[in-house]
Ligand binder design. Structure first.
Ligand code: PGA
Length: 251
C-alpha cells in the first residue's frame, strides 16, 4: 500500500541544545497519529541523541547522505553500515544540494541508493530540474534520466523499498513553491512512466513533494492525487510549522 509521509530535512542546522526541545515538541504534538509516517533527517553527529529521543515514538529518523562505499580508505565518509548502528530507517540520496554543490552525478547517486538498500535502509531519492531546465522544456527528460539511472543499477523492483521526492531546484529554500497542479503534473509523469515498467511498483510508490512547503500551502499540495507527502527543509526546524504540515497530511 502507498504510504503517506512527511520528512524533515534539517540540512546543516541544529545543535544539541536546540534539537531537544524541537524534537520533544514534535513528539508530543504528533503522538498517536498512525496513518502517516513521520521522519526527521538530521546531521550525522546528532543521530545518537536523536535515536535516544525518538526511540519508542511514532517519529522515525534518518540521515541526509551516505557513502556509496561499504568501508575502506574514504576519509570523511559515512557508510550505510554505520547508519545501521544508529537504526536509521531512511537516508536522503541525491538531494539537489549534493548534486549541485558537491558534484554528485546520477551514477554516484544511484550507487548511494544501492548502498543504502544493501544495508536495509530506505533511500529517499531526490529528483528535480533547475529553472533553466524548466524554461528550456527539459524537465521531464531530466527527471526521467535521474530515475532511469537508479533503475539501471538497482532494478525497477528496488523501488518497492524506496521513496522518491520531487524537488524542483527553483523552489528549494526560495519561498517559491510549485503550484499544486505543476507538482501534480510531474508526480503523475513519474508514476505513469514507472507504471509502464511495473504497474504495482508505481501504484504503491510514495512520491513526496519538496520545495518551500509551509504550513499555509501544505494542504493544497497534499490534496493532489499523486502527492503522497512532503520533504520539508526550512519549516522542519520550527516545531509548530512542522507539526502543522504533518497534521495537514494526516487529515
Ligand atoms: P525547503 O527545502 O523546504 O527549505 O525549500 C526542501 C529541501 O531542500 O528538501
Amino acid at each position: 500500500m502507498r504510504r503517506k509521509m512527511v520528512a524533515g530535512n534539517w540540512k546543516m542546522h541544529g545543535n544539541l541544545l536546540e534539537n531537544k526541545p524541537l524534537l520533544n515538541a514534535i513528539v508530543t504534538n504528533l503522538n498517536g497519529l498512525q496513518e502517516v509516517s513521520f521522519l526527521v533527517c538530521v546531521p550525522y553527529l546528532y543521530l545518537p541523541s536523536v535515536q535516544d529521543t525518538l526511540r519508542n515514538t511514532n517519529i522515525a529518523w534518518g540521515a541526509q547522505n551516505v557513502s556509496q562505499y561499504e568501508k575502506g580508505p574514504y576519509t570523511g565518509e559515512i557508510s550505510a553500515l554505520m547508519l545501521n548502528d544508529f537504526e536509521c530507517g531512511y537516508v536522503i540520496v541525491g538531494h539537489s544540494e549534493r548534486r549541485t554543490l558537491f558534484g554528485e552525478d546520477n551514477r554516484t547517486v544511484s550507487e548511494k541508493y544501492q548502498a543504502a538498500q544493501r544495508a536495509g535502509i530506505t533511500p529517499i531519492l531526490c529528483v528535480g530540474e533547475t529553472l533553466e531546465q524548466r524554461e528550456a522544456g527539459t524537465t521531464e527528460q531530466v527527471i526521467e534520466e535521474q530515475i532511469a539511472s537508479v533503475i539501471k543499477l538497482a532494478g525497477i523492483k528496488s523501488l518497492a523499498n524506496a521513496i522518491i521526492a520531487y524537488e524542483p531546484l527553483w523552489a528549494i529554500g526560495t519561498g517559491r513553491t510549485a503550484l499544486p497542479e505543476q507538482a501534480q503534473d510531474i508526480h503523475s509523469f513519474i508514476r505513469e512512466g514507472l507504471a509502464k515498467q511495473d504497474a504495482n511498483i508505481a501504484k504503491d510508490l510514495t512520491i513526496l513533494y519538496g520545495g518551500s512547503v509551509k504550513s499555509n500551502n501544505a494542504s493544497e499540495l497534499f490534496d493532489m492525487p499523486d502527492i503522497d507527502g512532503g520533504l520539508i527543509g526550512g519549516a522542519s526546524l520550527i516545531a509548530a510549522d512542522f507539526v502543522a504540515i504533518c497534521r495537514a497530511l494526516h487529515q
